[in-house]
Write a protein that binds this ligand. Structure first.
Ligand code: SF4
Length: 410
């Protein structure tokens, strides 16, 4: 490991444990940021500014494979004739496509398949797909896995994820053996899972214990530096050689609210700074981004290619934003709020769908997911959310946010 990498790691640890992190947890100012941390950030800022020719690559855990640090999230429908986002990403080195059976109303695979043929060599792409295990059984995952292959019209995936796990039982021996069978069949090279909610820490810790998991995709951003349980689980995964891919790096705060914070950096836009903050954590192998227009593509690729690191001032501004907007940032910890409501309303998922709409421009997907919730999980009339809001560690006005979800997504 290079000295520079060591110092960046040291910076993040110190930021998490002494300054930025505890500041975020305790609402304290950033007085704890150490001189060493500042030096580490400053050394990054003063390094060469010549952009990399392509998006840099990093090893994915101990798979022996390198992937680009920027992954193209494929939640949208692509133009099957010629999609400029797909082709421009590929040319920039973003040759890793992250898709799922449920993306784009189930159309994602079909619209990616022509692109794979246009590239002409399957091996030039890294393709990850996911199945939700609709019945919660091995058989349902196996069937969805086959659907991924046939929809994409390919013989193998590079990585198959059990999608959006919310229960550690999916890491019981029957599912781990299923992963082994999938790998042995040659139809996927690697196997893992994604998780959107607060079960991620338990899932990560269990994955380390049981083995058989090559990679995990999970929510991670500048606002999570201070989450000590998550940090320990990330450390354990890294130690175990599990690849880690961050998603939702932009957090879950409405754009207009963040605009009030007035982020200013000489090097980066706010969106770029959020990506850089995740890449600054060397435990993270890559970050997935929903790139649905050429402006965002350029912004993301430029950030990835730039060797310039975030300055201490940039980090401090991000931490200020995290503190100021925490009451809009749902972390998916439904165990705190949902038991406090006399109804079946699905608070965490509703907040996640609202986030897709407000913070990621994924309104179509947000509406589809919201409307697919059973009516009882969307029903909010007559329910009292006072106790749920009081129990929320983020201090979210849950009733107000659920009403917004109904207004925009219902
Ligand atoms: S509303 Fe609050 S308690 Fe409920 S899942 Fe979101 S952050 Fe957790």
């Amino acid at each position: 490991m290079s000295d520079r990498k060591t110092s960046r790691r040291g910076f993040l640890k110190k930021a998490a444990l002494t300054g930025a992190g505890l500041g975020a947890l305790q609402g304290a100012p950033l007085a704890g940021v150490t001189p060493q941390a500042k030096a580490a950030a400053d050394s990054g800022a003063s390094a060469s500014t010549k952009p990399h020719a392509k998006v840099p690559r990093k090893p994915l855990g101990t798979t022996g494979e390198e992937i680009p640090i920027l992954v193209l999230g494929c939640a949208q429908k692509f133009d099957p004739k010629y999609d400029k986002i797909l082709h421009r990403c590929f040319r920039a080195g973003v040759d890793y496509l992250d898709t799922a059976l449920v993306y784009a109303d189930g159309m994602s695979h079909k619209t990616i398949a022509p692109f794979i043929k246009q590239i002409g060599d399957r091996k030039k792409l890294w393709i990850t797909s996911k199945g939700p295990g609709r019945q919660g059984t091995v058989e349902s995952f196996e069937s969805e896995f086959e659907q991924c292959l046939s929809g994409l019209e390919i013989d193998y995936l590079d990585l198959f994820f059990m999608h959006a796990l919310d229960n550690t039982r999916f890491l019981d021996p029957e599912f781990i053996k299923m992963g082994e069978r999938m790998r042995k069949s040659g139809k996927t090279r690697f196997f893992g899972f994604s998780c959107h909610g607060d079960k991620v820490v338990d899932l990560m810790n269990k994955a380390v214990k049981v083995g058989g998991i090559d990679a995990i995709m999970f929510r991670y951003s500048f606002a999570r530096y201070g989450d000590l349980a998550l940090n320990k689980a990330i450390d354990a995964c890294k130690e175990a050689g599990i690849g880690l891919i961050a998603m939702k790096t932009q957090e879950s705060v409405p754009d207009d609210l963040e605009a009030v914070a007035g982020f200013k950096s000489k090097d980066f836009t706010l969106g770029q700074a959020k990506l850089k903050a995740v890449w600054a954590d060397e435990r993270i192998d890559s970050a997935v981004s929903h790139i649905d227009n050429t402006k965002k593509l350029k912004e993301n690729v430029d950030a990835a290619r730039s060797p310039v690191q975030l300055s201490m001032e940039d980090f401090q501004q991000l931490q200020s934003i995290a503190r100021a907007t925490a009451h809009y940032s749902c972390t998916g910890c439904s165990r705190h709020c949902e038991p406090k409501v006399d109804g079946e309303v699905n608070i965490a998922d509703t907040m996640r769908f609202l986030m897709y709409h407000e913070s990621y421009g994924e309104s179509e997907k947000a509406r589809a997911f919201y409307r697919a919730l059973p009516p009882a999980q969307r029903a909010i009339d007559g329910l009292d959310f006072t106790a749920a809001s009081a129990a929320c560690p983020q201090g979210i006005d849950i009733a107000a946010r659920l009403n917004q979800a109904r207004k925009f997504l219902g």
